[in-house]
Design a protein around this ligand. Structure first.
Ligand SMILES: Cc1cc2nc3c(=O)[nH]c(=O)nc-3n(C[C@H](O)[C@H](O)[C@H](O)COP(=O)(O)O)c2cc1C
Length: 328
């Protein structure tokens, strides 16, 4: 089973991807958090730095665009293509209110004619330039029952891959993924398909493959942030150990600092990760709180070292932060 690392804005920065690949190899492709170009296809220098950083490390990185017009898509795609990226991913899934209101991300699913027209232009451009285009989509706006009409549009075009986040926009990240809906859809697709949504453990993967045995690849986000060794675990390898988790954590923090991030910014990034990583520890409310409260680097290092050494790590934990909050 190929595993793709999901794009996660504010989390899967280039340095995260690089360190993850070094410590926990096995990811087939890393997708960047969305790049939002302006109408002329210009994008901020920070995106360029992010894109070129892990290319140097030889990772397979697919840039993702958040646009709803063909002009900025094509202009940006040309620039990325000139930088050596053979594939661009289009975000048709972002549920955020501001994005949705601009008819971008999952907002594009509110007008399927407009979506069809966009894809028509974008794929005509791709045919001329040889660029590959994949799509990451939700299964609907209100309900996943909308998906057959959405899929009928995708099936008109030569997608290099369709990544299906098996929820409607209304489900954000909380609703139960519609695995049966995914299983029905995958049979209709003339292109490679990847499943996305709530894969945290071998058990979750077994449920998916029982329902949709054709699944050849999965995209994983939060499960990999919580358990960076998840690919190894899914393949039946050694479960993550607290010690290697701690080594990875420290290496990431050091990499952020060495790359010039100020202490507050580096700590902010690390604390964001803890929203997911604390799920690997049982009964850790107090220690997690101490980590989030730490303002200075030494306090943060002490708080994290205490949790890693607490004996509360459990590689078998596999739940979302929301589930953890309601049970811990
Ligand atoms: C904090 C956060 C940031 C995200 N950023 C992006 C993004 O930039 N582009 C995108 O397509 N999806 C984004 N997603 C959605 C994830 O890629 C993924 O589809 C979602 O988390 C479900 O997969 P999972 O259950 O494996 O986490 C984000 C999700 C979260 C929680």
């Amino acid at each position: 089973m190929d595993v793709l690392f999901a794009p996660m804005e504010g989390i899967t920065y280039a340095l995260y991807r690089i360190l993850h690949a070094r410590y926990f190899p096995g990811i087939k492709e890393y997708y960047t958090p969305f790049i939002a170009p302006d109408t002329t296809g210009s994008f901020k220098a920070k995106y360029l730095q992010e894109l070129t950083a892990d290319r140097k490390e030889g990772l397979c990185v697919i840039p993702q665009l958040l646009v709803n017009r063909p002009e900025p898509f094509c202009a940006t795609a040309d620039k990325l293509s000139a930088l050596g990226f053979p594939e661009i991913n289009l975000n048709i899934g972002c549920p955020s209110g501001t994005v949705f209101a601009k008819h971008k991300g999952a907002g594009m699913l509110t007008d399927l004619n407009a979506l069809d027209q966009l894809l028509d232009k974008v794929f005509a451009h791709a045919e001329q330039t040889g660029l590959r285009i994949s799509i990451k989509t939700r299964m609907g706006v209100q309900t996943t029952e909308e998906f057959p009409s959405i899929l009928a549009i995708y099936c008109k075009y030569p997608l290099s891959r369709l990544i299906i986040h098996a929820r409607a926009r209304e489900g954000y990240y909380r609703s139960k993924p519609d695995v049966a809906g995914f299983a029905a859809a995958v049979k209709e697709c003339p292109f490679p398909v990847s499943y996305n949504g709530n894969i945290f453990s071998p058990r979750d993967l077994a449920v998916l493959t029982a329902a949709a045995p054709e699944t050849a690849s999965i995209m994983v986000g939060r499960g990999l942030i919580a358990n960076p060794a998840l690919v190894r675990t899914l393949e039946g390898g050694t479960p993550l150990k607290a010690e290697e988790f701690s080594v990875f954590h420290d290496a990431l923090l050091d990499a952020y600092l060495q790359n010039g991030l100020s202490h507050p910014f580096a700590l902010e990034r690390m604390k964001h990760l803890w929203y997911y990583m604390h799920c690997m520890f049982t009964d850790c409310k107090k220690e997690h709180k101490a980590i989030l409260k730490a303002r200075a680097l030494p306090d943060y290092r002490t708080a994290t070292a205490l949790l890693f050494a607490s004996g509360k790590f459990d590689a078998g934990n596999a739940f979302t932060p929301e589930e953890k909050e309601s049970g811990d």
